[in-house]
Design a protein around this ligand. Structure first.
Ligand SMILES: Nc1nc2c(ncn2[C@@H]2O[C@H](COP(=O)(O)OP(=O)(O)OP(=O)(O)O)[C@@H](O)[C@H]2O)c(=O)[nH]1
Length: 338
């Protein structure tokens, strides 16, 4: 028979296990460490833009991860870097916004690269935002700081152990969790560590909602990502995509019509009107490709995801336009959503 006190402790422990947890996690790390790939893998859907080039993420895209006992909003941040252009500065402002008001920080460090100056710069940023100095000079983190060691498929076991030791010495992390988002290795452990870092709180979004982005924002990011993949060497940053309109097919059209639609007539499609902006006239043919091959391939690649986002069959109608020097023009940046 447990004593009364023991029973109370056991009861409290059970209640704690059942408590629903919710909150925000900022996913930070230098460019190309695999932030977007991890968020997509955790949520099991293609939300954040991924690419083999650095600095492809421009927005603090959020994914909402819902499990039986928790809901976590993952804030994907642009790679923290020294700004070179006005766009670069805006990117860093976005990172500032993402960092404020989060319940935990996931600091991604790639297993296949040594800890470098970029990581040290991020750590000192995190210290100034999230650490409190104690009387004895030591630091206490105000929120859990989780090290996520990415791309572990690139290393053998012995090298990974050395890497984990180095990361343990790098900072006082509340947890260190290795993962390969590409191989889907250890994703459940990452989820579990994230959930445990969340405070108790209610479910914030419906269970089936996986992103805070509107369909237009999600499609714009998908189109930009697809072009970046398609155009392997050119145009890393001078590409902006805006969804001008999504026209849904008129559901009542058949009901209003006197003529029944022929059984084999194709169902009307939604129309997704997209403008793809480049900085110079000379860049237009690069985007379009010979015989419009790039446009055709991007359209084909995105057919299924866009149908899913729009909720029915959709036609992607793309127009390539020039917005001269948009990366340095505050008004144009504003118009393009930055
Ligand atoms: N081998 C391996 N490669 C990975 C893994 N995760 C991501 N990558 C690759 O790393 C590259 C960058 O991935 P992203 O997810 O776009 O990186 P990011 O940190 O969001 O990049 P930025 O938007 O530039 O900040 C891509 O080529 C990914 O395929 C992984 O677990 N293993």
């Amino acid at each position: 028979m447990p004593h009364d006190g023991e029973a109370d402790v056991a009861l409290e422990w059970c209640l704690m296990q059942d408590a629903y947890r919710s909150g925000f996690i900022a996913v930070v790390g230098r460019p190309n460490v695999g932030k977007s790939t991890l968020i997509n893998a955790l949520i099991g859907s293609h939300i954040a833009i991924t690419s083999s080039r650095p600095e492809t993420t421009r927005k603090a895209i959020r994914g909402v991860l819902t499990t039986d006992n928790a809901q976590i909003v993952l804030v994907d941040t642009p790679g923290i870097h020294r700004p070179r252009t006005l766009l670069g500065q805006r990117l860093n402002d976005i990172v500032d916004d993402s960092l404020s008001d989060v319940d935990a920080v996931a600091f991604l460090l790639p297993a296949d690269q040594p800890i470098g100056p970029g990581d040290k710069r991020i750590l000192s940023r995190l210290r100034s935002d999230f650490a409190r100095k104690n009387d004895d000079g030591s630091l206490t983190w105000k929120v859990p700081l989780i090290a996520v060691v990415t791309k572990i498929d690139e290393l053998d076991h012995a090298a990974l152990v050395d890497k984990l030791i180095a990361i343990n010495e790098f900072a006082a992390f509340s947890d260190i969790v290795p993962v390969s988002a590409l191989e889907k290795d250890n994703l459940d452990e990452v989820k579990q560590v994230f959930i445990e870092a969340m405070p108790e709180g209610p479910q914030m979004y419906p269970e089936d909602q996986i992103s805070e982005e509107s369909p237009s924002e999600t499609i714009a990011e998908l189109v930009r990502g697809a072009f970046l993949e398609e155009l392997t060497d050119e145009l890393p940053h001078s590409l902006a995509v805006v969804v001008d309109a999504i026209e849904y097919p008129d559901e009542d059209e058949d009901a209003d019509s006197d003529e029944p639609r022929a059984a084999n007539a194709p169902k009307p499609k939604a129309q997704v009107h997209v403008s793809v902006y480049v900085e110079r006239d000379s860049q237009k043919p690069i985007i379009i490709g010979r015989k419009a091959e790039h446009l055709v391939r991007v359209k084909k690649k995105l057919r299924t995801p866009i149908n899913r986002i729009v909720g029915c069959k959709a036609n992607l109608d793309m127009h390539v336009k020039v917005a001269k020097e948009w990366q340095s023009d505050p008004k144009k940046l504003e118009r393009l959503g930055f």
